[in-house]
Design a protein around this ligand. Structure first.
Ligand code: MN
Length: 202
């Protein structure tokens, strides 16, 4: 069973004005679709075919650049669409809200640290909020389409929130103003979904 590009649960224009419809459409139908197609080609006929994407990334041979780039690209974008919503924004409560306060001092301190990780990632990549078994949280970033599930990325735990800081994620609307895109991303974060991922992965 090949990997399939997931449908979004909202329209391409649903995240406006924070993320524009043209960016969303190209990002989904071109970029994410491309990673999906190339991942399937890279694993076809190999022992990776039929494994879950999480198993593939956890056990990844980091010298296998086709699977590293496209498997990461497939997984990362599935998460990215999933943790955004037109009804997003605000702050998380419950266990996740408490864990954020424990780890970072306050939601504002968390937002500052996450935003700094995203803003200072040189070139293309992602910033992550990761949950560890036992409930701890931390923030990290990875280059290109690397992902905390992969070996030896310097990130640990399971990603429960990720921001794409490739220029293709924001350039049409924000040009070089990555910090403005990062602020806008906070207006569309689906904290209810992030909280579900925290429960499952902590
Ligand atoms: Mn992307």
């Amino acid at each position: 069973m090949a990997f399939e590009l997931p449908n979004l649960s909202y329209a391409y224009d649903a995240l406006e004005p924070h993320i524009d419809a043209r960016t969303m459409e190209i990002h989904h139908t071109k970029h994410h679709n491309g990673y999906t197609t190339k991942l399937n080609a890279a694993i076809a006929g190999s022992e990776l075919e039929g494994k879950s994407i999480e198993d593939i990334l956890n056990d990844l041979d980091m010298s296998n650049m086709a699977v590293r780039n496209n498997g990461g690209g497939f997984y990362n974008h599935v998460l990215y669409w999933d943790i955004m919503s037109p009804n997003g924004g605000g702050t998380p409560g419950g266990d996740l809200g408490s864990a954020i306060a424990d780890a970072f001092g306050s939601f504002e301190a968390f937002k500052d640290k996450f935003s700094a990780a995203a803003a200072t990632r040189f070139g293309s990549g992602w910033a992550w909020l990761c949950a560890h078994k036992g409930g701890k949280l931390d923030i990290c970033s990875t280059p290109n389409q690397d992902n905390p599930l992969m070996p030896s990325t310097g990130c640990g735990g399971h990603p429960i929130l990720g921001i794409d800081v490739w220029e293709h994620a924001y350039y049409l609307n924000y040009q070089n103003r990555r910090p403005d895109y990062i602020n806008a991303f906070f207006e569309v974060i689906n904290w209810g979904r992030v909280a579900e991922l925290y429960q499952v992965n902590s």
